[in-house]
Design a protein around this ligand. Structure first.
Ligand code: ATP
Length: 235
């Protein structure tokens, strides 16, 4: 479904991605793990062409999307939930969700999908008229995921959904990510919390200093001594 082939991305003179390649098959949850600064966020930004790729290619469902505008990429079915959530604080929960549907014109479908988001995250239904900025961190993350779903993505890119959240909230959000995947959306998940990410992912890639240094099924990575020592907090 998604094929990233040898991409190089720069921030000025900083060579952030040095030939990253990965592929995602329809229906999978794939995770990218790695330390701070490894290039995980940059990989997501490069897929969406928020940060331009200088060399290499990104293709989605057989078509080259490397140089498409971010809007066109959303229209093709890729939506990103950015790190830090980026919800609109002075819009209500419901208005934030509608912003996610900005490319759609099917009012009935939009209404149905809003209800689906409320079914996934019942707390958002309770708070539908509340301003986004007044929500807790976990609720804002739920809203950011819900808003992304309103674009009806085939591929959902999630950047650090667990960041700064209590373990119980993280578990809830990860369970919903699993449900979203079971309902047919393919997921690329970037996480510092490698244990949690590998617990729901089918496969994973390990990034270090802008390169893929390892890949495998989640089980292989969870059982790999190097991964355990470097990313799962074991000696
Ligand atoms: P984190 O978990 O901290 O987000 P990451 O693995 O997602 O880490 P990136 O944010 O992709 O890493 O960063 C990759 C490299 O690019 C790092 O060396 C970082 O300092 C650099 N970098 C990221 N964003 C910028 C930017 N806007 N300007 C300059 N350098 C940047």
């Amino acid at each position: 479904m998604l094929r990233v082939e040898g991409i190089h991305t720069y921030y000025g003179s900083i060579h952030a991605l040095k030939g990253v390649s990965l592929r995602i098959t329809e229906g999978e949850i794939v995770t990218l793990i790695g330390a701070n600064g490894a290039g995980k966020t940059t990989t997501l930004m490069s897929i969406c062409n928020v940060t331009p790729v200088r060399e290499g290619k990104v293709s989605f469902r057989g078509g080259d999307i490397t140089r498409l505008s971010s809007d066109r990429i959303v229209a093709q079915g890729i939506t990103q939930v950015p790190e830090g959530r980026m919800i609109f604080p002075v819009l209500t929960v419901e208005e934030n969700l509608l912003m996610g549907a900005y490319l759609r014109r099917d009012r009935e479908g939009i209404r149905r999908d809003t209800e689906k988001v409320f079914d996934l995250f019942p707390v958002l239904r309770e708070r539908r008229r509340q301003h986004g900025g007044t929500l807790s961190g976990g609720e804002q993350q739920m809203l950011a995921i819900g808003r992304a779903l309103m674009a009806q993505p085939r591929l959902l890119l999630l950047d650090e959904p667990s960041l700064g959240l209590a373990p119980i909230v993280v578990e809830n959000i990860f369970e919903v990510i699993r449900q979203i995947n079971l309902a047919g959306t393919t997921v690329l998940l970037v996480e510092q919390n490698a244990q949690m990410a590998l617990s729901i992912a089918h496969r994973g890639y390990v990034l270090a200093t802008g390169e893929v240094i390892m890949e495998g099924t989640s089980e292989e990575l969870l059982n790999d001594p190097k991964v355990r020592a470097a990313y799962l907090g074991e000696d």
